[in-house]
Design a protein around this ligand. Structure first.
Ligand code: NAG
Ligand code: NAG
Ligand code: NAG
Ligand code: NAG
Ligand code: NAG
Ligand code: NAG
Length: 371
């Protein structure tokens, strides 16, 4: 059927210090060296560590040293978490990490010609929830230690919505941000996990958990409760092009977003239409024969749920089945008025005809009587 492909490479800054990259698990990311060519006999080194590590205490994972004619990736370090995942561009010195997992999150630094820059790579986890449900986003911490400072941020603007500062002995939930989180946030003071109750589509977006040494990111999508699609006889469709034994139908769903509407004949898909972001009304036509004995269903679905409506041909196609043409209410009224007019005109003509015949006969009488 259909597959939604997300790709996001979003850059943001936390605290204005280190540039960050947000990548989805399983995808690849290229960390740029910032130059188009490693010139002369220069060198570049890539290291990984945490925000607290200085350059030397990070682990070396790749380097180009033109003087020693050395191009190397050290993908066995750190228990082999980078094995077969590193690609170093020998021209630019840029480093590509493929098939990313949460283990690859961290601060990547490169030292080019003696100048060091860092980029914080966070790996986001996708979470889908239905409107009205509650969600707990796990920090995966078992306990909060003395020096910990945990901050939860929402959206591209990194609005602070909750924090635990153990040193300052402070647990705060800032749930008045635009009012959308009011009375909905709960922060677990043992683990730092965040709960959001009674979720609405307003709560969809990126959530970031900034801990002392790492960032966790979550992309939350919220699907609205799906209405049951409605099947009706399509009387506006011109049936002149099709044979009189077929019946035009339409399946529709009003004010929906991020959904697909489909017609199935038995188990096979006949047609479908999708809307991704905007909320709008969808409709999908179907033409069947009156005698068709197959079972047809119209399905409205989003990535996590669906609603089905069965087609009853006998019931729906019955209304116009005795007429050769199918027509809408306006057309029906026009036809009725026209037939009425024709009827009236016929009566008038008939009466006129009878009268004039009588008159002729009477005149004939007169003639005969005169002669
Ligand atoms: C650089 O990479 C290209 C393509 O990956 C390769 O053909 C070339 O031999 C490499 N050069 C060196 C000096 O390793
Ligand atoms: C990506 O990594 C996961 C976990 O290590 C592994 O199971 C999977 O086979 C990898 N996929 C590819 C395409 O290499
Ligand atoms: C943590 O929360 C529990 C219940 O919500 C409360 O009883 C406890 O006092 C809290 N601990 C701290 C340190 O705030
Ligand atoms: C959930 O949120 C909706 C929309 O804000 C509200 O109408 C409804 O009363 C809430 N339900 C509960 C159980 O709080
Ligand atoms: C609708 O959802 C049910 C489970 O909720 C699933 O078994 C069924 O295959 C889905 N139907 C379609 C057409 O996606
Ligand atoms: C279809 O509609 C007809 C007429 O309303 C009814 O008699 C019949 O039981 C319906 N069939 C199904 C499968 O619901």
């Amino acid at each position: 059927m259909f597959r939604i492909v997300f790709f996001c490479l979003c850059f943001w800054r936390l605290d204005g210090s280190v540039t960050s990259v947000l990548v989805k698990e399983g995808e690849s990311v290229t960390l740029n060296s910032g130059v188009t060519e490693i010139k002369g006999d220069r060198a570049i080194k890539w290291r990984i560590g945490t925000e607290d590590d200085d350059w030397e205490s990070k682990t070396l994972i790749a380097e180009i040293n033109k003087r020693d004619d050395r191009i190397a990736v050290y993908d066995d370090v750190l228990d082999g978490r980078f094995r077969d995942r590193l690609k170093l561009n020998n021209q630019t010195g840029s480093l590509t990490i493929t098939n990313i997992t949460t283990e690859h999150a961290g601060v990547y630094g490169h030292n080019l010609y003696g100048s060091i820059s860092n980029v914080h790579l966070a790996v986001f986890v996708e979470i889908s929830v239905k409107e009205g449900e509650s969600l707990t986003v796990n920090s995966d911490l078992t306990e909060i230690k003395d020096h910990d400072w945990i901050r939860w941020m929402f959206g591209n603007e990194n609005i602070l919505i909750a924090e635990i500062n153990v040193k300052a002995d402070r647990i705060t939930v800032y749930d008045d941000y635009l009012g959308r989180f009011r009375d909905r946030l709960k922060l677990d003071n043992q683990t730092g996990s965040l709960s959001i109750t009674n979720i609405t589509t307003e709560h969809a977006g990126d959530y970031k958990l900034k801990m002392r040494f790492s960032i966790k990111a979550f992309r939350v999508s919220v699907s609205a409760r799906l209405p049951v699609p409605v099947i009706s006889r399509d009387c506006s469709s011109s049936s002149s092009s099709s044979s009189s034994s077929s019946c035009s139908l339409v399946c529709s769903a009003v004010n929906v977003g991020h959904v697909t509407l489909s017609w199935y004949k038995g188990n096979s898909l006949l047609s479908s239409i999708s809307v991704f972001y905007r909320h709008m009304s969808l409709s999908l036509p179907l033409e069947v024969e009156y005698q068709d004995k197959n079972s047809y269903i119209c399905v409205l679905n989003n990535p996590i749920s669906n609603q089905t409506q069965h087609l009853n041909i006998t019931q729906l196609c019955h209304t116009c089945s005795d007429s050769v043409h199918c027509y809408g209410p306006t057309e029906a009224v026009i036809r009725l008025v026209l037939s009425a007019l024709v009827g009236v005109a016929t009566v008038i003509l008939l009466v006129y005809d009878i009268r004039s015949r009588r008159a002729e006969r009477d005149q004939a009488h007169i003639h005969t009587s005169e002669t």
